[in-house]
Design a protein around this ligand. Sequence first.
Ligand code: UDP
Ligand code: MG
Length: 338
Amino acid sequence: MDKLYLVIPCYNEEEVLGETAKRLKEKMTALIARGAVSEHSRIVFVNDGSRDRTWPMIEELNAADPIFGGVNLARNRGHQNALLAGLMTVKEYADVVISLDADLQDDIGAIDEFVEKYREGCDIVYGVRKAREKDTFFKRTTAEGFYKLMRLMGADLVYNHADYRLMSRRALEGLAEFGETNLFLRGIVPLIGYPSSTVEYERNERFAGESKYPLKKMLAFALQGITSFSIKPIRMITSLGFLLFAVSLVMLLYFLTVHVNGRTVPGWTTIAISVWAIGGLQLLAIGVIGEYIGKTYLETKSRPKFIVERAIGINAQQSANAGTAGRIPADIGRSAAK
Ligand code: UDP
Ligand code: MG
């Protein structure tokens, strides 16, 4: 039976932690009871440098019931980093992991479907929100605008998917290969590959406490998403440079005609030409330099160029494992971990 680990980043969540732990435990017990996951499954809270009683509470939970685990970060590093810390910590022990928020805004009823999809062979299952009618108008429009903007800027996100998702162990191992510091999980996970699926769920309001994602953090997050994923903004500068330069050539003809016909004051032609041509050239030059910076930037991420899903018939010793249909490496990984 596969071990399911739930990973929950928490930042100043003392108001919700008790209730969240209770509800998740109920969910987990039910899953174990009907034989969907192993009895050695865990609920792991990641404390992201909270300033309240979050960590002591996690310790108490763990002392009272070994189903609860905890990871304590040295300081606050933000939701994405806290989540990654949790995922990378449990990766050695779990067969499959589901990440979710401490406030249980994401309907935990969907967990059954996540597990179902995993057992059908999916390595990644994305939780996708059904509707946003429970969000304020402001949050809804900004969030939807965000997905559209991201797509326009070249990062292919799963629409209306936040960080509520299931990942198998090998998907986590794939994730571990990404060497970048500016982490934007939502953009990276689809790059891993492997069979994936989506599950729709209803998103509720926070049942207690307040959002740790004020507008300022949301904007920073969007900017981070765009700049850590694409060099499209640079491309736009290059295109603009090209366009302006082309326009300047047309203008050149116009200026010269005016000049030849003598319908102008002395000096005007030179200045007019300089403004247009030099302006266009400068923008173009900046764009070209930007292209190189963009390349360097992408290189420094040292992302994996590929992740091999399966290789067969490579090694004579392993021939017993090879050639059989199915998801061989993952299955080996899972049974070895039992
Ligand atoms: N979170 C975190 N570190 C932070 C901010 C938030 O670990 O610096 C966690 C928080 O505890 C919660 C999740 O990230 O579990 C999502 O935060 P929140 O619910 O406040 O965001 P919202 O749902 O309003 O977008
Ligand atoms: Mg929330």
